[in-house]
Design a protein around this ligand. Structure first.
Ligand SMILES: NC(=O)c1ccc[n+]([C@@H]2O[C@H](COP(=O)([O-])OP(=O)(O)OC[C@H]3O[C@@H](n4cnc5c(N)ncnc54)[C@H](OP(=O)(O)O)[C@@H]3O)[C@@H](O)[C@H]2O)c1
Length: 246
């Protein structure tokens, strides 16, 4: 049984890989395969049965199915597929540069939809149970003026994933939809941590817990108490909401 990490240089994907690799064949799909060597060494040390590295650029939508097929050929049926690629982008730039706005939309929505569709289709025909992990975000719960381009992609992705989870109900493929808050890591370098911030390891642990303990599709807030903040967020009047910082 193999584990496929797509966007393998992601902080969160790396942590998921280290938590799950023992006794498994691992496939790392990365835009910069050369940047995975430290992770490959760690996974081998931690007891991965094999570690394969494949090149993957999410914006090349036509390559998505080929990547998943290659992973299956190299490492066998996939028990866990983690879709971890993403960009925060630059909101200020995206407000006047439509090419940048559409790059964020392509990587964080269109390419996610493409890859999740491929994964659902390819994993459904396997003979063994499997889980797909997708990363939504608190940013998609209610789009903020300060971060609405990225936030809108997460809102769309979250809706897509909820529907996909229902579509997979009754099959042996389940969805784990992660909704982290602010994660202190590469993506947020230089930004002031928001309340209830977590680290990549916390996100990975919550995802792996859901993978190992739940038998069905699930949505996981990280940290769990973020759901209370989310409930309050929806009630904030718009004149106040539009002044919210990132
Ligand atoms: N960090 C947060 O605060 C936070 C909060 C909520 C949700 N999330 C979501 O969680 C997921 C993982 O985030 P993270 O914090 O682990 O991010 P990260 O450390 O910044 O990693 C992002 C990954 O996406 C890859 N990537 C970007 N564009 C790509 C492309 N065109 N093709 C292939 N790979 C591409 C990056 O590759 P390179 O290394 O080559 O750039 C990197 O591996 C993302 O979907 C993110 O939106 C993050």
């Amino acid at each position: 049984m193999s584990i496929l990490l797509i966007g393998a240089t992601s902080d969160i994907a790396g942590e998921i890989a280290t938590l799950t690799c023992a006794g498994h064949d691992i496939v790392l799909a990365a835009r910069r395969p050369e940047a995975t060597s430290a992770l490959v060494a760690d996974l081998n040390k931690l007891g991965a049965t094999s570690v394969h590295v494949l090149h993957f650029d999410a914006t090349q939508l036509g390559t998505h199915r080929e990547l998943v097929k290659k992973a299956k050929n190299l490492a066998g049926e996939i028990s866990l597929a983690v879709v971890a690629f993403g960009i925060l982008g630059n909101q200020e730039q995206a407000e006047s540069d439509e090419a940048h706005a559409t790059t964020i939309a392509t990587v964080d929505y269109t390419a996610q939809v493409s890859m999740l569709t491929v994964l659902a289709d390819e994993l459904r025909v396997q003979t063994t149970p499997a889980a797909i992990v997708a990363f939504s975000s608190i940013a998609g719960w209610r789009a903020r003026r300060a971060n609405y381009v990225y936030g809108s992609t997460k809102a769309g992705l979250d809706a897509f994933c909820q529907g996909l989870a229902d579509a997979l109900h009754g099959s042996h493929v389940r969805m784990i939809i992660a909704r982290p808050g602010f994660v202190i890591g590469s993506m947020t370098t230089g930004m002031k941590p928001a309340p209830m911030s977590v680290y990549p390891h916390d996100v990975a642990k919550a995802v792996v817990d859901a993978y190992t303990t739940k038998k069905k599709s699930t949505t996981v807030w990280i940290p769990g108490r973020l759901r209370v903040l989310a409930w309050i967020m929806r009630m904030v009047p718009r004149p106040l909401w539009r002044k919210m910082p990132r």
